[in-house]
Design a protein around this ligand. Structure first.
Ligand SMILES: Nc1ncnc2c1ncn2[C@@H]1O[C@H](COP(=O)(O)OP(=O)(O)OP(=O)(O)O)[C@@H](O)[C@H]1O
Length: 260
């Protein structure tokens, strides 16, 4: 269960000159994001390029603190107890950062050891994850030279090695072909199901189809702010649209819609 309340983050982009003041700019990346993601549900954070999705998920992952707002994971405050909150999450970020000299299996087991698992438990988990993610063929290959899809699977298996109750993915289908995308979707559906552990899954995307095919609940984010939430049918209703793409544009960019 993940709760994000009224999150804000501003970046200062330094300018030029000795004091870096010339052309210094402030970017309000996130200003008012709310997201409540339940267990056994897939919640999508849907927004256009630059909407603030990655910034929101990076704060959820404890990579930097928000200027204001609150984030909790299973009622554990990410700011106050970052280690305890992180232990309850499996995070697939935008950079997969595998160790190229290690095999996929070694990458997964090593991460399990860092999470406090013993060698046997981490190894048997690597085996079962390799079945779930259909990665038997690459399990004992060095990560050096992996394709985008192979890197994603290995990074996802690594993120899931400690069997976290919450799974957070930043644009997970980026660069994946149709089969890899379908495989990932199936894995996420299984992880959401009671047999798969009834996980709380949050993923960001700008792809309408992903949301329509996967999400129980969608949070639409626009210019750093969450502007609508609901299931796909609820959002269609809210926007008075029959196509989800139209609903998204109406909800995320109302001024543009009026002008059209
Ligand atoms: N470290 C940073 N310094 C300055 N500006 C930043 C930084 N990180 C993000 N931003 C800005 O914050 C805004 C939101 O960026 P973010 O990466 O969160 O959007 P996004 O929704 O993930 O976009 P995309 O789908 O294109 O990845 C953008 O205007 C971006 O340029």
């Amino acid at each position: 269960m993940i709760h994000i309340d009224d999150l804000h983050k501003r970046f200062v982009v330094p300018g030029t000159g000795a004091l870096k003041r010339k052309g210094r700019r402030e970017v309000q990346a996130v200003h008012g994001v709310n997201l409540h993601a339940g267990n056994g549900r897939i919640t999508g954070l849907l927004g256009a390029n630059g909407a603030g999705k990655t910034t929101t998920l990076r704060m959820l992952a404890g990579l930097f603190p928000p200027d204001a707002g609150r984030i909790s994971v299973d009622d554990i405050d990410v700011l106050q107890q970052p280690r305890a909150a992180l232990a309850r999450m499996g995070i697939l970020g935008d950079a997969h950062g595998l160790y190229p000299r290690l095999t996929a299996r070694e990458n997964i087991v090593y991460f399990g050891r860092l999470q406090g698992m013993d060698e046997d438990a981490a190894s048997s988990r690597a085996e079962s994850l390799s079945q779930l993610l259909d990665m038997k063929a690459i399990l004992d290959r060095r990560a050096d030279g992996f394709s985008q899809g192979e890197r994603m699977k290995t990074a996802l298996a690594r993120a899931l090695v400690h069997d976290p109750a919450n799974i957070v993915l930043d644009e997970p289908t980026n660069g994946l072909d149709v089969l890899a995308t379908r495989g990932l979707r199936e894995a996420l559906r299984w992880l959401r199901s009671p047999e798969g552990g009834g996980k709380c899954i949050v993923f960001s995307t700008h792809i309408m189809q992903e949301v329509e095919l996967l999400c129980d609940e969608v949070v639409v984010i626009s210019h750093g702010k969450s502007v609508a939430r609901g299931s796909v049918p609820e959002l269609l209703d809210m926007a008075g649209a029959t196509r989800f793409e139209d609903a998204f544009v109406t909800l995320a960019f109302p001024a543009q819609q009026e002008a059209a």
